[in-house]
Design a protein around this ligand. Structure first.
Ligand code: CTP
Ligand code: MG
Length: 389
């Protein structure tokens, strides 16, 4: 199979998008349903418009859906609109006639809007092959055992090696496809243009298709991507500083550390857990630690900071989220963090109900520079990544 791009400049693409999408059960023509946040038809339109070897793009739509199309393709330029017919083959035929009326083309790639995830690899493969042949279509092997079913009972097992699944775009010599459509009887329903082309006696080469080019047809096809689309990966960051003073306890990462100074603050001043709390709240879009635990509130005097972390975790859970991982850095000259690092990770993984490898604690000095370098305070940074439905 050849992957080089054809140098022929006159390849037109024709996207049929005039169906009603009845089997999808969506209650709207499926080509306007959102896929990965964009109307389905927009995906393949953009792909063809951006391809250097597609000279012109034609989109066939149902009469009355002009506004819907223009909204779906807002900001995109360079496509022509044609009104389609009651069947797919009628819609294709009307598109071909429009191309012919505008002067024709050497080749045409006929594509279903219902196959949104088209790649340049497939377009290039088809262009390279249609240069050598009259037509080229993408096909995929049949993997599952395939049988005939007669009257509800399993009949013959078919020879999978000769059974291939056919996709679009399908690339044709334009004049020959026009002729094939003219010869094909209007009252016989063809499942694709390759069938019509073959019936006219022309040969069709096959190239390797792509599973991601699948056609979206039934309600089940649409249930999957929309569930997938709803999962957002979000990131939050946190930063905090507390002053190091004599006569205070030093709490870091939920651990009491023996040191000649401790952190001062309203709560236990666990700077690492405060940065972590802000990172978690940030990922959930839920404000910051001061919003939920104001220092002015006497309730939080001397409070153990794991309460703040637990609160942030509950906010994420309430919003239907789950934590993927957290990463933190303690910034100080003293005490040395390394001897305590595993105990901190263990503590925090318990608070977050994560495994220890989802929790990272790191430390750095600032080369004796600044307030951390002079030992006047400890700073901490945290990043949290969460998934949210
Ligand atoms: N199509 C078309 N004109 C028609 C019928 C279909 O342009 N009269 C297009 C569809 O918009 C789609 C492609 O042909 O991009 C493949 O058809 P299909 O998957 O059957 O889509 P629909 O006809 O919209 O769906 P359904 O058959 O479930 O109503
Ligand atoms: Mg249909």
């Amino acid at each position: 199979m050849i992957d080089s791009v054809s140098l022929k400049p006159r390849n037109h693409a024709l996207i049929v998008a005039a169906g009603q999408g009845e089997r999808s059960g969506l209650g709207l023509p499926k080509q306007y349903a959102l896929m990965n946040g964009l109307p389905m038809v927009r995906h393949s339109v953009a792909q063809f418009l951006n391809h250097p070897n597609i000279a012109k793009l034609w989109v066939v739509i149902r009469s009355g859906q002009e506004d819907q199309l223009h909204n779906a393709l807002a900001g995109l330029k360079g496509y022509q609109v044609v009104l389609g017919g009651d069947t797919r083959q009628e819609s294709v035929k009307k598109g071909l006639s429009a191309i012919a009326a505008a002067g024709g083309s050497e080749n045409v790639l006929v594509h279903d809007a219902a196959r949104p995830f088209l790649s340049n690899v497939i377009i290039n493969r088809l262009l390279a092959s249609v240069d050598q042949e009259d037509a080229a279509i993408p096909v995929l092997p049949t993997i599952d055992t395939t049988i005939n079913v007669v009257d509800g009972y399993s009949a013959d097992t078919l020879d999978r090696d000769t059974l291939w699944r056919v996709q679009t775009p399908q690339a044709f010599d334009f004049g020959k496809l026009m002729r094939a459509h003219e010869l094909w009887p209007d009252d016989i329903n063809a499942s694709d243009d390759a069938q019509i082309f073959r019936a006219a006696g022309y040969k069709i080469a096959v190239v390797e298709g792509d599973e991601t080019l699948k056609k979206y047809t039934t309600a089940a096809d649409f249930a999957k991507p929309s569930r997938h689309n709803m999962t957002q990966i979000r990131t939050g960051m946190g930063f905090d500083v507390h002053q190091l003073v004599a006569g205070e306890e030093l709490w870091l990462g939920g651990l009491k550390i023996n040191h000649h100074k401790g952190l001062s603050g309203h709560s236990d001043a666990d700077v690492l857990l405060h940065a972590l709390t802000d990172a978690l709240l940030g990922a959930a879009g839920a404000g910051d630690i001061g919003d939920h635990f104001p220092p002015s509130d006497p309730k939080w005097r001397g409070a153990s900071s794991d309460k703040f972390v637990e609160f942030a975790v509950s906010v994420i859970k309430q919003k239907g989220g789950s934590i993927n991982n957290v990463d933190m850095t303690v910034i100080c000259e003293e005490p040395k963090i390394k001897p305590h690092r595993e105990a901190m990770r263990q503590n925090i993984s318990n608070m977050l109900d994560l495994s220890i490898d989802q929790v990272s604690v790191k430390a750095t000095t600032t080369e004796k520079l600044g307030f951390t370098g002079r030992g006047e305070g400890i700073a901490a940074q945290a990043v949290a990544t969460i998934s949210m439905e």
